[in-house]
Every structure is written in C-alpha cells, then in structure tokens.
Design a protein around this ligand. Structure first.
Ligand code: FES
Length: 161
C-alpha cells in the first residue's frame, strides 16, 4: 500500500478538523496523538475492551478499530466534548455522584456508550443499558452502579428529576 498522505476533514467535538493522514492511521491515533484528546483510552487496541469508545454520528464506536480516513465528512464526539463547559453531562454527573467510578480507566468509554444509547433511547430498560455496556470491560465496579447511574441520568434527561 502506498504511504501517500490522505486528506481528512471531519468534525471533532463540534470543531472542523483538517489533517493529512497515512491511510493506515487509526482514529485512536489521530485523537490521542494529533489532537491530544487523551481522554479516549488506548488499552487493548484489538476492539475487545471498549476503553476507546467514542461517538461517531451519535453511535458508539471503537476508535482503535476504525481507520481515520473513514471519518471524512463524519462527526466524532469524544469524552472531552460531552460536558457543557464546566457543567458535567447528566451521565457524568450521576456516575460521579452515585459512586460508579472506581479506577476510572473504563469510564470515558462507559460514558460514550451510555451517551449513544440515550441519544437513541431516552427511556431505556435495564436490559437496554446492559446491552449498551456489554462491550465496555470494567475490572473493578461490577457494573451495577454504572447501570444505575445511567438510569438516573436518563431520568434527569427526561426532565423527571
Ligand atoms: S482499546 Fe479499543 S477496544 Fe480496547
């Protein structure tokens, strides 16, 4: 394969980004190394742990398994784009206040999977939440508090709490 650089133009956290990238460069590398958005974790790098989850056009996706050039014309949101200034997103706020976070390694991926779910379905069942998180591995929390925090966030986002 040629190593000719390819133009990449996409939106990241609401801002247009233009770069030249090697065709083999992964989205994860662009986010962390070019754009310094290191909240997206680099962990297994084989699409197994979910730590690198971002939202692409509102859907959860693993940045370690997507070539950056595939993002041309698309919109990516990373954990850095979730809060509104200094105000945490309800998902973040509930994960913190409910004590869901242990070491925090998986948390950004959990938030991004939950965000994608709630963008699509603001009234998820507990099973919907578990399904949305099934690709996000966590060694510490046991998942229960994450699931409960997402339920609470959904309530807030529905305007019920
Ligand atoms: S680093 Fe991408 S799924 Fe683990």
């Amino acid at each position: 394969m040629s190593n000719k650089l390819i133009d990449l133009k996409f939106k990241v956290n609401g801002k247009e980004v233009e770069l030249k990238v090697n065709p083999k460069t992964l989205l994860l590398e662009v986010l962390r190394e070019e754009l310094k958005l290191t909240g997206t974790r680099q962990s297994c790098e084989v699409s197994a742990c979910g730590a690198c989850t971002v939202n692409i056009d509102g859907k959860a996706a693993r940045a370690c398994s997507i070539l950056a050039v595939q993002l041309n014309g698309h919109e990516v949101v990373t954990i850095e784009g979730v809060a509104d200034g200094k105000t945490l997103h309800p998902i973040q706020e509930k994960m913190v206040s409910h004590g869901a976070i242990e070491c925090g390694w998986c948390t950004s991926g959990m938030v991004m999977s939950a965000r994608a779910l709630l963008l699509e379905n603001l009234k998820p069942t507990r099973d919907d939440i578990k399904k949305a998180l099934q690709g996000n591995l966590c060694a510490d929390s046991g998942y229960v508090k994450y699931v409960e925090a997402i339920e609470m966030a959904a309530e807030v986002m529905q305007g019920n709490k």
